[in-house]
Design a protein around this ligand. Structure first.
Ligand code: MIC
Ligand code: SF4
Length: 643
C-alpha cells in the first residue's frame, strides 16, 4: 500500500520508534517558532540548556501578542527577545511585522518540512504542506537545541473534500462544519489530512484557515498537499525555490475517512462558549451585535481582507456598532494601502488596529458588558475577549462584514450575487522588519528588564503525595480558564511568581488561597482538561504553587505534555464516575508513587476524609515517567548530563 502525506513526512524525519498508531516516536524538527507571550519562557529555558546557539535548521521568533504597552513590561520583554534572538541566531519578526502564523506562512513556511511552534495555531502552516505542530515552550526550546520532538504516533484521518464552495461560503465555514461534526475533542490523537477533488478549489490561505483551527478539534495538526496552487502562492511570495510538491500516493491508506461536500457548506456560526457549538448563521439572523472584530491568525490574509472590503465598500457601519480590523501582516497592510482597500475600511468606519493578535487574546478592544461580539477568530471561550460576561460568536469574514453593516447577525448571502476580488500575481515582499541571524551578534549581552525573572529550580518527585482537593472542575476546561490571557496578565509571562497569582482566578477566586495554605494539593477535572492554547505557564505556575498532580477524565495533548515537562502528574480516572465521589477539601493521599510508576502498576488514590480508595492511571511512555520522577524536563536533562 502507498503512503499518505503524514507517513511520508514523519517517515523522513523519524529518529526513534515505529510509525504505528499510539506508540512513541521521535522526529527531527527542521524549523521552530516562538512568539512573545510564550517565547520569553522558552528562551529562558533555552539559555538554561547552556548551548551557544540554535541547532535547528531555522528558528524564528515573532512579536505579535504582547504589543499593548500599558506599562514597561511588554517592551522589556521585546528587548529581551530581540537580544536573545541575536545572541542565539534566531530570525526575529519585529513588532509591527504581523501575526506569527500569517508571517510564517508568507515568509518562512517550507512544504514537506517539520515545524514545532510554541503556539497552538502553528498548525496554520499545514495549509502549504508543512507538518506543523504546536507544543509547550520547553519542547520548542529543546527542538531549537537540535533535539528530537517526541509524541505518540497519531491516527491519520482522511478528510475528502468534494465539490466547490458556493459564493458566500468560506474556508472558515468548512472548519466550523468539521467542528460541528467532530466536536472539540473529536480530533484527539489524530492528524487530519486533506485530499479529494475539492482541494484544488481552495487557495493556500484558505487552506491555512482550515488547518489553523484543526487544533480546536483537539487534533495534533492538519495538512494539505502542496500542489500547483501552493506553488502559485510561493511564486507570489518570490519564494518559488522553497516550494516542493507534497502529495499522498494514489493507493495511500488512512485510519479513517470523513467526506465534506464543499458545495453543501453554508455560512456557519459558533455560539458561545466553545468553537464546536456551531449552527447555520440563518438561525441567528437579526440578533443585535455590539462589536465586529476581523483578523487573527485564522482570517487575516489579504484575500480575507479584500472580501471584507468588497462588502463594506461605499457603506458606513450603523451607530452602536464598533468594527475593528487587524490585517494579519505588514505585507497585507501594505497591499491594502496600495490597492485602496484601507481607504474603504476607514471610510466605512472601521477602526484599524496594528497587525497583531490584539482582541483575539484580549489585548485591547474588550467588548462592553454583556456585549455581543462577532469575530473571525478561532476561540470563543468565556472571558477571552477581556469582558467576562460578553458573548463571543465565531464567523467567516463574509458573515462578519455583512453583519457589521446591518448591526445584527446577517447571513452574507443577503449581500448580493457577486463578489469580485483579485489577488496580485506578486505580493509586496519586504523583509525589512525581520532581523536575520548574524555571527557579529554572538557575544551580545542579553537585555533583562525587571520583569524577566530567573527560572525557579523544581525538586524531583517525592515518594508520597498528600494534599487537599483544591478544585473540582467539569469538562473542557481551557488553559484560558487555568491561566487567562488579556492585557493585565500577559505582560507577566516572563515572571512566574507574579503570573501564578492569577491561577484559576476567574473560575474560583478562593483557589489560590487554598493552594497557598495547603502548600499544594490536587485538582480534579472532567474530560479534555487543558484544551486550547499551548501556554506552558498553565502548568509551570501550578507547579510553582506546589501542585504535583491533576486527576482528570482525560487531557488535551499539549497541556498534558506541559504538565509532565514541569513535573505535575497527569493522572486519569479508571472509572469516570469516580469524580463525583470527591468534594472540595477532601484530604487525599497517593503512596509509593515512584516505585508504582516504575513498576508500571496502577496508582491508588486514597480519600482519607471519606475513607475510600480508587484506581487511577498514568498513561505515558517510560521516557516521560523518568521526566516526571526527575521533577520535570529540565531536571531530567541535567540529570542525564551528569550521568
Ligand atoms: C492563544 O491563541 O491562546 C495563544 C495566546 O496564541 C496561545 C499562546 C499563548 O498563550 O501565549 C496559543 O494558542 O498557544
Ligand atoms: Fe494570536 Fe489569536 Fe492566533 Fe493565538 S489565536 S496566535 S492569540 S491571533
Amino acid at each position: 500500500m502507498g503512503r499518505n502525506i503524514v507517513q511520508k513526512i514523519l517517515g523522513s524525519h523519524l529518529v526513534s520508534g515505529k510509525l504505528s498508531a499510539g506508540s512513541e516516536i521521535g522526529i527531527s524538527i527542521d524549523n521552530t517558532l516562538i512568539q512573545d507571550s510564550t517565547g520569553t519562557l522558552a528562551l529562558l529555558q533555552f539559555e538554561a540548556l547552556n548551548i551557544s546557539g540554535i541547532k535547528a535548521k531555522r528558528s524564528t521568533a515573532f512579536i505579535d501578542h504582547n504589543t499593548l504597552q500599558a506599562g514597561y513590561e511588554n517592551m522589556d520583554d521585546h528587548r529581551f527577545i530581540e537580544s536573545a534572538c541575536k545572541k542565539f541566531g534566531i530570525y526575529l519578526s519585529r513588532a509591527g511585522n504581523g501575526i506569527c502564523h500569517q508571517v510564517n506562512l508568507e515568509r518562512f513556511s517550507m512544504p514537506g518540512e517539520t515545524l514545532l511552534g510554541a503556539d497552538s495555531h502553528t498548525t496554520t502552516a499545514g495549509g502549504v504542506g508543512m507538518l506543523a505542530i504546536g507544543a509547550g515552550g520547553l519542547d520548542v526550546a529543546i527542538a531549537m537545541a537540535g533535539e528530537p520532538f517526541f509524541m505518540a504516533m497519531p491516527l491519520v484521518l482522511k478528510v475528502k473534500l468534494e465539490g466547490k464552495l458556493p459564493l458566500w461560503s468560506s474556508a472558515k465555514d468548512v472548519i466550523l462544519e468539521i467542528l460541528r461534526r467532530l466536536s472539540v475533542s473529536g480530533g484527539l490523537g489524530k492528524i487530519l489530512e486533506f485530499s479529494g477533488p475539492g482541494v484544488k478549489t481552495l487557495n493556500a490561505t484558505e487552506r491555512a484557515t482550515i488547518t489553523n483551527m484543526s487544533i480546536e478539534l483537539g487534533a495534533l495538526t492538519a495538512i494539505f498537499p502542496s500542489d500547483d496552487i501552493t506553488r502559485r502562492y510561493f511564486r507570489a511570495q518570490a519564494r518559488e525555490n522553497h516550494w516542493k510538491k507534497v502529495e499522498a500516493d494514489n493507493d495511500a491508506g488512512y485510519d479513517d475517512e470523513l467526506v465534506i461536500d464543499l458545495s453543501a457548506v453554508e455560512p456557519l456560526i459558533a455560539k458561545p462558549h466553545l468553537p464546536d457549538n456551531v449552527v447555520p448563521v440563518r438561525e441567528l439572523e437579526g440578533c443585535p451585535i455590539d462589536q465586529v472584530a476581523i483578523g487573527s491568525c485564522t482570517n487575516s490574509s489579504l484575500e480575507d481582507m479584500l472580501k471584507v472590503v468588497s462588502i463594506i465598500k461605499g457603506k458606513v457601519i450603523p451607530s452602536g456598532l464598533s468594527l475593528v480590523i487587524s490585517p494579519g501582516s505588514r505585507q497585507v497592510l501594505l497591499e491594502l494601502s496600495r490597492n485602496g482597500g484601507l481607504y474603504e475600511m476607514i471610510a466605512a468606519g472601521a477602526r484599524i488596529l496594528e497587525s497583531t493578535c490584539g482582541p483575539c487574546i484580549g489585548m485591547g478592544q474588550a467588548p462592553c458588558s454583556k456585549g455581543v461580539t462577532l469575530r473571525t477568530f478561532n476561540r470563543n471561550f468565556k472571558g477571552r475577549s477581556g469582558t467576562e460576561d460578553a458573548l463571543i460568536y465565531l464567523v467567516s469574514p463574509e458573515t462578519a462584514a455583512a453583519s457589521a453593516l446591518q448591526g445584527v447577525i446577517t447571513d452574507p448571502r443577503r449581500t448580493g450575487s457577486t463578489m469580485s476580488i483579485s489577488l496580485p500575481d506578486n505580493f509586496l515582499v519586504n523583509d525589512d522588519m525581520i532581523i536575520k541571524p548574524s555571527i557579529e551578534w554572538k557575544d551580545i549581552e542579553v537585555v533583562r528588564g525587571p520583569n524577566i525573572m530567573p527560572l525557579p529550580a523544581f525538586d524531583p518527585l517525592s515518594a508520597d503525595l498528600r494534599g487537599e482537593t483544591l478544585l473540582i472542575v467539569g469538562d473542557h476546561i481551557t488553559t484560558d480558564d487555568i491561566l487567562p490571557g488579556g492585557a493585565e496578565i500577559l505582560p507577566l509571562r516572563s515572571n512566574l511568581p507574579a503570573i501564578s497569582q492569577y491561577l484559576f482566578y476567574k473560575v474560583d477566586s478562593g483557589f489560590l488561597n487554598r493552594a497557598e495554605q495547603g502548600k499544594g494539593g490536587f485538582i480534579l477535572a472532567g474530560r479534555n482538561y487543558g484544551q486550547g492554547s499551548s501556554r506552558e505557564h498553565a502548568a509551570s505556575a501550578l507547579r510553582f504553587k506546589g501542585i504535583r498532580a491533576v486527576v482528570a477524565k482525560s487531557f488535551a495533548r499539549i497541556h498534558k505534555a506541559n504538565l509532565v515537562n514541569f513535573g505535575v502528574i497527569p493522572l486519569e480516572f479508571s472509572n469516570e464516575e469516580d469524580l463525583a465521589r470527591f468534594s472540595l477539601g477532601d484530604r487525599l493521599h497517593i503512596k509509593n508513587v515512584i516505585s508504582t510508576i516504575r513498576e508500571g502498576k496502577p496508582l491508588k488514590l486514597n480519600n482519607l476524609t471519606k475513607g475510600f480508595t480508587i484506581k487511577i492511571m498514568l498513561s505515558l511512555s517510560p521516557r516521560l515517567y523518568d521526566i516526571l520522577i526527575a521533577g520535570g524536563l529540565l531536571g531530567y536533562i541535567r540529570s542525564e548530563k551528569n550521568r
